[in-house]
Design a protein around this ligand. Structure first.
Ligand code: IPE
Ligand code: IPE
Ligand code: MG
Length: 254
């Protein structure tokens, strides 16, 4: 076999240590627009193809045994895009949830969200709430969509929540610690992601999980999100598993 040939997915899978899986993978799904542009297609088509990757990645992660998969789907800042694109993304969200909820159910996956979902259009909010209610008892994996989310927004709402508790006498200032802050964030119900993946060759965090990724491992790939497939996910996990997570200690200590 030529070394330049792509590695088949099964061979990659055999390189993954199932005992050392990240329990929480977070993904900044980026590059839909550029993927479409490369093909002289409208950006929206890129978003539509991106949904295929969401399906593949969610199924692959659940099959591997990953417990939490968080997908950065729409940021607070994404409202600044052209109105037509925003509208198309929201419509796609509604259609996708409607179409995929049965599969989530069949695969025992629970749908959750982080972000200010009350700021979403009413039909999207309704669809989301119904899907979350329907899948609420599923246990195989949590699929968490970050919608109208930004990490700074989350930190601000956590600060307000904590301040309110102090004001009401439910909490003392001296008792504010990292745990209180973590639990007050929208992500309070999630373990911190061990692995953050960003596609499309961008090397930034774009206001995503600033607090939670304090010790997260970052993996960047040039692949545009609509082309991110099972092999790509396997490669990211294999790379992650080769790293030594030191948390401030020396190599000898860990
Ligand atoms: C990610 O792809 C999807 C969203 C942010 C909603 P982009 O739409 O950002 O694609 P590029 O970065 O323009 O290629
Ligand atoms: C980050 O991607 C947000 C999502 C993937 C939802 P963007 O494409 O919006 O990020 P920037 O603007 O390039 O940093
Ligand atoms: Mg982008």
């Amino acid at each position: 076999m030529l070394l330049t040939q792509p590695m088949p997915a099964t061979s990659l899978l055999s390189q993954i240590d199932k005992e050392k899986l990240p329990q929480h993978i977070a993904i900044i799904m980026d590059g839909n627009g550029r993927w479409a542009k490369k093909r002289a297609l409208p950006r929206v088509v890129g978003h539509e193809y991106g949904v295929k990757s969401v399906r593949t990645v969610a199924e692959t992660a659940a099959t591997l045994g990953v417990k939490y998969l968080t997908l950065y789907t729409f940021s607070t800042e994404n409202w600044n895009r052209p109105a037509l694109e925003v509208k198309a993304i929201m419509a796609l969200l509604v259609r996708t949830i409607r179409k995929e909820v049965a599969t989530l159910q069949k695969n025992n996956i629970r749908l959750r969200t982080i972000g200010d979902i009350n700021g979403l259009p009413p039909d999207a909010l309704k669809e989301l709430k119904e899907a979350m209610e329907l899948t609420k008892d599923n246990t195989r994996m949590d699929l968490v969509l970050a919608l109208n989310y930004s990490a700074r927004w989350d930190i601000v709402q956590a600060a307000k929540l904590i301040a309110g508790k102090v004001k009401d006498g439910q909490l003392k200032v001296e008792d504010i610690d990292e745990k209180v802050i973590s639990e007050s964030l929208n992500t309070g119900h999630l373990p911190e992601p061990e692995l953050l993946i960003r596609t499309s060759g961008e090397y930034r965090i774009s206001n995503f999980m600033l607090w939670e990724l304090a010790y997260g491992e970052f993996y960047f790939t040039d692949i545009y999100w609509p082309e991110f497939d099972q092999e790509a996910l396997y490669k990211a996990i294999i790379d992650y598993q080769k790293r030594e997570r030191r948390f401030g200690k020396t190599s000898e200590q860990v």
